[in-house]
Design a protein around this ligand. Structure first.
Ligand code: S6P
Ligand code: ZN
Length: 188
C-alpha cells in the first residue's frame, strides 16, 4: 500500500469576520513584513497588521485541497492600499479559486510573460486563478476585505520571484477611487 498522508472528513465554521474554527493556523503579516512590496515605507507603524490568513490544517499533497481565509484590513501605506505580498505557486501549474465574502477590493493576476489582469474581488465574487498566474489581493474599501481560498494541496508559495520582479502595476488611492498605475520597479 502506498504511504499517503490521509485526513478524516471534517467541518469547520467560517465566522463573519473571516476566522475559521476549529484548528485554523493564523498568520499575521505586519507592515515590517511588506518592505519589499511598497514603493515607500513610513518610518513608524512597523508592527501594524496589514492582513491575516487563517488556514485549515490539510496535508500538502496533490490529492487534498488547501482551504483558507484572508482578511486584509482597510488602509494605505503611502499612497498604496493594504494588500497581500502576492506569489506564484511553487508548483506553477496549480490553480486556485477565491470566493469573496465581504468588503471591496481587487485581484491582480500576472503571468511570467508580463501579461496581467485586474479582477474585482468583493462580497459575492468568485475568481478563478489558473496555474501560472501570480496573484495579489488589494483592499480598496473602508472595511476589511475577506475572502475564502481553495487550492491544490501541494501548490506551495513562491514569494521570492515576486520580491525580485514585483508586479507590473500598483494601486493608488485617490479621491476618485483606486487608480491603476504602471510599476516602475517591475522586472518582468
Ligand atoms: C494561497 C492563497 C491565499 C494567500 C493569502 C495571502 O495560495 O492565494 O490564501 O496565501 O491571500 O497572500 P500571500 O501572497 O501573502 O500568500
Ligand atoms: Zn495562491
Amino acid at each position: 500500500m502506498t504511504d499517503i498522508e490521509r485526513i478524516l472528513p471534517f467541518t469547520a465554521l467560517l465566522h463573519p469576520d473571516g476566522r475559521l474554527e476549529p484548528g485554523a493556523i493564523t498568520t499575521t503579516r505586519l507592515l515590517s513584513d511588506m518592505r519589499a512590496h511598497y514603493a515607500s515605507m513610513p518610518a513608524g507603524r512597523q508592527d501594524a497588521a496589514i492582513y491575516r490568513v487563517h488556514a485549515l490544517p490539510v496535508p500538502e499533497t496533490h490529492s487534498e485541497i488547501q482551504c483558507s481565509t484572508t482578511v486584509i484590513l482597510p488602509g494605505t501605506v503611502g499612497e498604496e492600499y493594504f494588500m497581500t505580498k502576492g506569489h506564484f505557486h511553487q508548483v506553477r501549474d496549480r490553480a486556485e479559486v477565491y470566493v469573496g465574502l465581504s468588503g471591496e477590493g481587487l485581484l491582480l493576476l500576472a503571468a511570467a510573460d508580463g501579461n496581467h489582469r485586474v479582477e474585482k474581488l468583493a462580497a459575492g465574487t468568485v475568481n478563478y486563478i489558473p496555474g501560472g498566474w501570480a496573484h495579489r489581493s488589494v483592499n480598496t474599501g473602508t472595511e476589511p476585505l475577506v475572502f475564502f481560498a481553495a487550492y491544490v494541496g501541494d501548490a506551495g508559495h513562491d514569494y521570492v520571484t515576486i520580491e525580485e520582479r514585483d508586479f507590473p502595476v500598483r494601486f493608488i488611492h485617490t479621491s476618485d477611487g483606486p487608480r491603476v498605475v504602471p510599476n516602475a520597479r517591475y522586472r518582468g
